[in-house]
Write a protein that binds this ligand. Structure first.
Ligand code: TEU
Ligand code: CA
Length: 582
């Protein structure tokens, strides 16, 4: 063997031995693992219940890791599993360095980490930096007086005189002791964002629930404490964090009123433009310091951002723009959750094309624990699974890292409560019937056609199992090669080691046909992806790929035997992925 090659293979061997995770087949040592990853969000309450209390737990996740490995998942993101009063089901954290007893303990967590590692699955934690629970020791202390050591850890204000001219009806509603909140800021979850505390005779600010007071990120002690908790988990071996509501860390020091917009929101409050309460530039300084801290760890730890942005230019700022010194993977919410998002080839062509205009790797996402499931948002009630296969094709064949959510790969439906008394999510109780809350997208995972869909031995699960579990479940779909689950597995396997699908640029074709979405992933051996967004057959243009082709994946069996594009009609809602035969 020539010396250079021998050295190179030695080096590769050394890498293999040193790296705690084996590298994927086509992964080069310079490619960070997250760049082409499939990341799978787990809502721990709803994934697997190991102890029969009707609530999911960490051991329940560990028990189902084989399924995730078979799917080809590179990392799981676990929604908050820390001790919490569970007002916002974990997003109100009372202790950042432990596990909620309902979900297990630190030993269970370490076991989960180890079992996942054995299956080449990394573990990403949810990190809630903007606020804590009002039961967190920091807030209890902070709220106890104006002079305690943590007095300045949260956002406190004296309020203004209730007779001040120009105060809004909402401010008036929150009057105490002749004082009203200092401005018109609203909680995303309803009402004023300011809550009165008699012990301090002051208001504190909470962007989310009253039980979620905002930390004061202008206090360096807060940053230090939060970075320390992140080190706690990085030292334990987590692969990174999904940063919750990251745009909300800072508020305007002058507390200027947010501009009003016409109409009211789902909680019945005036619509506001969060000009002074969200997305302040100071947050980027924190993120740069956080990135520098995370980069001191080996193995490419990753920062993922919950970044709902108005456009791609704003999204690019979360990468740090050209400097790329902030988040590696801020979520692109525009393609999947944009207010105009619909099952429409033009929508996807336009937004996917612009998704590429960032200084880092795009991260696509169509499902999460806050929004109705994509199968319902993009479905029409009669071709839901076919359409879900098209959406899966977009997610897994675009040039992007991919984020999915438990239940999406089997086509679990959104099961929104029908009666107010059944609602668990507090915003669904206060907002009923305009806002029915987020329970619908958080129902128990459907594993089997057996009792409680195999989620729990307890007949009383925290949310009811959706009745469609008898057909929509892992076991049944595993046995059906035409199922949505098999489609996901096929595409995940394909994107894992096809060079064009990994890094090839996206060249959009068929721009003048509003019924089809077609793109070529460029490369020495390009890959052509064709999707029919309509209910009628669509002609394929032989020029998209001349010569003989091989099918890599086809959602419609009739396409699989074809060896050329000439004269072919793409069946309704079909997705076809091909590559030149030679
Ligand atoms: O969500 C932040 C956020 O922007 C929410 O307002 C989201 O738009 C809303 O839930 C949709 O109904 C994150 C978490 O994902 C969410 O579950 C938490 O409730 C929230 O932060 C507070 O921590
Ligand atoms: Ca804040």
């Amino acid at each position: 063997m020539p010396l250079l090659r021998r050295l190179a293979s030695r080096l590769a061997l050394a890498c293999l031995l040193l790296t705690p995770m084996a590298l994927n087949a086509a992964q080069t040592p310079t490619d960070p693992w997250w760049k082409h990853a499939l990341i799978y969000e787990i809502y721990p309450r709803s994934f697997g219940d190991s102890n029969g209390d009707g609530i999911g737990d960490l051991n329940g996740i560990t028990a189902h890791l084989d399924h995730l490995q078979e799917l080809g998942v590179d990392a799981i993101w676990i929604a908050p599993m820390y001790p919490s009063p569970q007002i916002d089901f974990g997003y109100d954290i009372a202790d950042y360095e432990s596990v909620d007893p309902k979900y297990g303990n630190l030993a269970d967590f370490d076991r989960l980490l180890k079992s996942a590692r054995q299956r080449h699955i990394r573990v990403i934690l949810d990190m809630v930096l903007n606020h804590t629970s009002d039961k967190h020791a920091w807030f209890v202390e902070s709220a106890s007086s104006r002079s305690n050591p943590k007095a300045d850890w949260y956002v406190w204000n004296d309020g203004i005189d209730a007779s001040t001219p120009g105060i809004t009806p909402l401010q008036k509603r929150f009057a105490h002791d002749g004082k009203v909140p200092p401005n018109n800021w609203e909680s995303v979850f309803g009402g004023s964002a300011w809550e009165w505390v008699p012990a301090r005779k002051q208001f504190y600010y909470h962007r989310f629930y009253v039980q979620q007071p905002d930390l004061n990120w202008r206090n360096p002690a807060v940053e230090k404490a939060m970075f320390d908790t992140m080190r706690f988990w990085l030292d334990r071996g987590v692969a990174g964090f999904r940063l919750d509501a990251i745009s909300t860390l800072f508020e305007d020091p002058q507390l200027r009123n947010d501009p009003e917009r016409p109409g009211t929101n789902d909680q019945g409050d005036p619509n506001l433009h969060s000009l002074y309460s969200d997305n302040l530039p100071e947050v980027h300084d924190v993120i740069r310091r956080l990135r520098a801290m995370v980069d001191t760890y080996p193995d490419d730890r990753v920062l993922i951002g919950e970044t709902y942005t108005p456009d791609v230019a704003e999204l690019d700022k979360w990468y740090g723009g050209e400097r790329r010194d902030e988040l590696q993977l801020p979520m692109n919410m525009l393609v999947g959750f944009g207010w105009q998002a619909r099952f429409d080839a033009n929508w996807f062509r336009t937004t996917l094309e612009s998704s590429q205009q960032v200084h880092g790797q795009p991260l696509l996402v169509f499902d999460n624990h806050d929004n109705p499931r994509s199968i319902d948002r993009f479905g029409d009630g009669s071709h839901d699974v076919q359409r879900a296969k098209v959406i899966a094709t977009v997610l897994l064949t675009s040039r992007a890292a991919a984020l999915t959510y438990y239940g999406a790969p089997i086509g679990m439906a959104t099961a929104t409560p029908k009666r107010r008394e059944d609602v668990q999510d507090p915003i669904g109780i206060t907002g009923w019937p305009r806002e029915k809350g987020r329970d619908g997208e958080r129902t128990p995972m459907q594993w089997t056609p057996g009792p409680q869909a195999g989620f729990s031995s307890n007949t009383h699960t925290w949310l009811p199992v959706t009745p469609d579990y008898t057909t929509v479940n892992v076991q049944t779909e595993d046995a059906d090669p035409e199922s949505l689950l098999h489609w996901y597995r096929q595409l995940v396997a394909l994107r894992r080691d096809n060079p064009a699908l990994r890094d090839g640029a996206m060249q959009f074709l068929a721009r003048d046909n509003a019924q089809v979405l077609v793109y070529r992933r460029e490369g020495a051996k390009p890959v052509l992806v064709m999707m029919n967004f309509s209910g009628s057959a669509q002609a394929i243009d032989g020029k998209w790929q001349e010569g003989a082709v091989t099918t890599l994946a086809a959602s419609d069996a009739s396409l699989r035997k074809l060896t050329s594009l000439q004269g072919v009609q793409l069946p309704p809602y079909a997705a076809w992925v091909v590559t030149p035969a030679h």
